[in-house]
Ligand binder design. Sequence first.
Ligand code: AMP
Length: 190
Amino acid sequence: MRLVLVGPPGAGKGTQAQFLASHFSIPHISTGDIFRANLKAGTELGKQAQTFMDRGELVPDSVTNEMVKDRLTNDDVANGFILDGFPRNVAQAEVLRAILAEKKTPLQAVLEFSAPDAEIIARLLQRAEIEKRVDDQEDVIKRRLEVYAEQTAPIVSFYRNEGLLISVSAVGNVEDITASAISALSRVAQ
Ligand code: AMP
């Protein structure tokens, strides 16, 4: 199963990605997690990403695309993967399509998690209390939602046109959302 998850910050992509990764026995690749791990380890990549992350902006495509390209050469993606947080704009979606076309392993589905804005903001503020992520402060949250609407939301139409989009409501309890995602994905050829 080669899968991309799309949805605004706070839609629960990370949580769902973990359940789906374990259900399908494939790796969960979160670009946000990779950036955070690099920040923590003080690597050059982490330093390049930090100012953008702190402001809620996208890390430049040149940096992000290379990182993903490199990650997708790992042996563990042989049976598939779940990409969470990538692509974040149409240019990244095009790069991903090219990387996968070269490997003759195209995407099989794009799962969109949707939730009303008010619900998203409430969840992000709650997460800020728990995880203390620097980019979960209110002004940064606002910027991340704007960036999602302006830059990321267009990939939903991109994937709808490709016939890959499956939309799932991200409202409700975690188990029910996972179950609807798995049921929707069972209709996708593997
Ligand atoms: P996330 O954990 O997915 O919410 O990502 C946290 C932050 O990492 C984002 O606000 C961006 O600054 C950066 N980031 C993660 N994925 C990408 C991406 N595909 N392109 C650019 N920046 C990204």
